[in-house]
Write a protein that binds this ligand. Structure first.
Ligand SMILES: CC(C)[C@H](C(=O)O)[C@@H](O)C(=O)O
Ligand code: SF4
Length: 476
């Protein structure tokens, strides 16, 4: 093949962004990539400590953004009760970003919130950008056609100092989901049912492009949810090619290009989608019509099933290690095989996290809760202070409060409990988050992952419930 024809070879969106960011390729194939945006959170303090030890500066403070999310209190007055260590984490982020001249949305800032909610909402996440953050759910940003992945602590230091990162090239997986999602279902059901089907290790070593009519039909919020869960299928990143919906969603956001620059950007972004005959290393297709409202019953996101199903029997699992994991999960969760999922009672609900705390998620939960009272306590935590204000303008906070739920502040909150908001030991929580391993929401906590509508339905009935039953006769 001559050089010329090689240059014209069809490319996937993954190849295009990779090529555009490669500075140098090493003999072993690893590439040094340019980083367009680096988001730092409280946990990124290790990186700043390394800079301090070397007397180094942040190479590109203008491309680095601080977001306080994991440790910030999300309940009124809670900061006064937070242990000194937690307060220090929040303070350190503020001090480090101030010292290095990095824009930061710290505690109390009107744009504060979870990095993966704030950055897209502020127009910091844009198609074609290479984005990193010391957090595995950085995959979320792929929903806008960005190449975004989580990095480790030493990599955070490397990016802070050089604005570049060494990476080995991932294999490319295209996951097509065609057909129409049934009414009342969401991107969360899509993501959980994909993981239930393919497992948590399936996409390891791959970058995913989600394609197909069911993915195109998702709102941008839905695509963010879908890409957020990529990491739970083993992939470090998942993306959706940008389209007109993406461009309209980005238009006018504070950090997005404005006016003529925005029109010029759209012209560039239109070149990003995979070429028609581009080759992927692996292709997979799923039918959206087969997707049902999905909940997890165990301690892995792949321990998921349709709400209408019964808890599967480990005895029917042919892979011994999987059967053992199922037994252990059922034991930890205090459940048994054969039980109808709708018979599983819950002690509380949590609606929030970078998976499902955007305005559309809160609207979906409110649609179920409106005019109803929750049987169990629960916390609703908007993903950002901006989402919080918007929800309050729409009166969603009143719906949650009238239902007896708590209306909290923005942050990771009970998704991981680092700020002190934990699920008490032994309690079972219907949660809109993305991880359900043992103790994820606090020591001895039991997590069932589901969509916002499903979590709201569980709040109303006190047990896992098909949210569609509670939406019948209501305005969509
Ligand atoms: C604490 C943080 C680094 C972690 C992550 O990398 O994802 C957290 O956000 C999570 O969801 O488990
Ligand atoms: S909301 Fe949860 S999943 Fe998302 S970054 Fe925070 S801790 Fe991680």
């Amino acid at each position: 093949m001559t050089k010329d024809t090689k240059a014209q070879a069809p490319q996937t969106i993954i190849d295009k962004i990779w090529a555009a960011h490669t500075i140098v390729t090493r003999e072993d194939g690893d590439c040094l990539l340019w980083v367009d945006r680096h988001f730092v959170h409280e946990g990124s303090h290790h990186g700043f400590a390394q800079l301090k030890a070397r007397g180094a500066k942040v190479a590109r403070p203008d491309l680095t953004f601080g977001m306080a999310d994991h440790y910030v209190p999300t309940r009124a007055g809670a900061e006064r009760q937070q242990p000194a260590d937690t307060r220090r984490m929040i303070r350190q982020l503020q001090e480090n970003t101030t010292l290095h001249g990095v824009t930061s949305f710290g505690e109390g800032h009107p744009r504060q919130g979870i990095a993966h909610v704030v950055a897209p909402e502020q127009g910091l996440t844009l198609p074609g950008l290479l984005i990193v953050c010391g957090d595995s759910h950085t995959s979320t940003h792929g929903a806008l056609g960005a190449y975004a992945f989580g990095i480790g602590a030493s990599e955070v230091a490397h990016v802070l100092m050089t604005q570049t990162i060494w990476q080995s090239r991932p294999k490319r997986l295209r996951l097509r989901i065609d057909g129409t999602l049934a009414p009342g279902l969401s991107a969360k059901d899509m993501a959980l049912s994909i993981i239930a089907k393919i497992g948590t290790g399936f996409a390891q070593g791959y970058a995913i492009e989600y394609a197909g009519s069911a993915v195109s039909a998702l709102s941008i919020e839905g695509r963010l949810t879908l890409c957020n869960l990529s990491i739970e299928s083993g992939s470090r990143l998942g993306m959706v090619a940008p389209d007109d919906k993406t461009f309209e969603w980005i238009r006018g956001r504070p950090f997005a290009p404005q006016g003529h620059a925005f029109d010029a950007a759209i012209e560039d972004w239109r070149k990003l989608p995979s070429d028609a005959d581009a080759e992927f290393d692996r292709e997979m297709a799923l039918d959206a019509a087969e997707i049902a409202p999905t909940v997890t019953w165990g301690t892995s996101p792949e321990h998921a099933a349709a709400i209408t199903a019964r808890i599967p029997d480990p005895a029917n699992e042919s892979v011994a290690a999987k059967a053992e994991a199922m037994r252990e999960a059922l034991d930890y969760m205090g459940l048994h095989a054969g039980m109808a999922l709708t018979d599983v009672t819950v002690d509380r609900v949590f609606i929030g996290s970078c998976t499902n705390s955007r305005i559309e998620d809160l609207r979906a939960a409110a649609a179920v809760l409106a005019g109803r009272h929750a049987k169990v306590p629960g916390l609703v935590s908007p993903g950002s202070s901006t989402v919080k204000r918007q929800a309050e303008e729409e009166g969603l906070d009143r719906i949650f409060l009238d239902a007896g739920l708590e209306w909290g502040g923005a942050g990771c909150s009970m998704c991981v409990g680092m700020n002190g908001d934990v699920v008490p030991e032994g309690e079972r929580c219907a949660s809109t988050t993305n991880r359900n391993f043992k103790g994820r929401q606090g020591k001895g906590s039991r997590t069932h992952l589901m969509s916002p509508a499903m979590a709201a339905a569980a709040a109303v009935t006190g047990h896992l419930t098909d949210s569609r039953a509670l939406l019948e006769g209501r305005k969509p």
